[in-house]
Design a protein around this ligand. Sequence first.
Ligand code: TXA
Ligand code: MG
Length: 342
Amino acid sequence: MQSFSATELDRAAALLLNGGLVAFPTETVYGLGADASSASAVSRIFEVKGRPKGHPLIVHAASLESAMPLASEWSETARELAAAFWPGPLTLILPASPLALDEVTGGQRSVGIRVPGHPVALGLLQAFAKVGGSGWLAAPSANVFGAVSPTRAQDVVRSLGGRMGEGDAVIDGGASSVGLESTIVDCTVSPPRVLRPGGIPREAIDAVVRLADSEVAKRQSAPRVSGSLASHYAPRTPLKLMSQEEMHKCLAQLQSAPKRIAVWCLGDETDPQGRALIAQLNASANCELLLAPAQPDAYGQQLYARLNDWDQAGFDEIWLERPPEGLAWEAVLDRLGRASGG
Ligand code: TXA
Ligand code: MG
């Protein structure tokens, strides 16, 4: 596996033209890219990731115009969403054209398309078109299947370095600014539906195109059904989501145990109970405490980097204080639910 800087996009494009894999930064997470018009290049993504065949991949394009031929139909809804949020962390599911390969769509008649908002991702897509490539990159997150997604080049190297080959590369473009995957909106149904919460909040989408009537309101009040979530995006280290009270209890039980625990607390200094917990955690020889951002965007930006670092450091457990319910935290809560096994 070769390592490129963000200025070596022509070299990366040449590898893509040869059927190689190139891991590249996007504003959400790093993607493991292959020429979306080549069945053999795309099949290597599944091999390297250990991803089951038949799981569809998102196709990345440099612009709406270059993405157009991939879908057989662009509804008014799809055009409005693309105009509002591209380039950016939004994936649209659209009816597939014959140019969207079965290897990419998982044999479905729909295709997921995204124009990423990261300058290096856009530069790579443009460079790939310029050297005579399709300009389309099929790219899942650049991690071993089921593991925590990478938001930095070093996370990609750690996860996939041993699995990628001589003709493959990683481009280092710094830390992803969003840090959670794109929001996926299914535009093959009317009204459109959110399939995966992510970088664009549900309310922002609803303000552009009406989502299924009560969907936004319902999510605002209903508690999350975490039992229905598959385990995914999970660190190797056991992860527990806890209220402050639960953390107090577990801390008391820890006293004589030789465990090392990484703790991420929301750390509200204005709340006496929170202050007491932080003091107790700081005093515990078992715990290494970091304060988590109290804003969902900043929390989401840091989450995967924290989990990847803690996995690397070899803690026995990871404890996270459960963030508040509510739409602003929807994408974070979705990933936390999966990371903790539902
Ligand atoms: O932010 C992101 O979306 C990142 C970056 C690299 O762009 N990519 C990403 O890809 O998260 P991946 O493969 O880890 O997740 C893609 C998701 C899967 O849940 C897949 O089922 C869904 O997109 N998907 C792709 N095509 C689809 C389709 N035609 N119909 C329904 N779901 C689809
Ligand atoms: Mg993924």
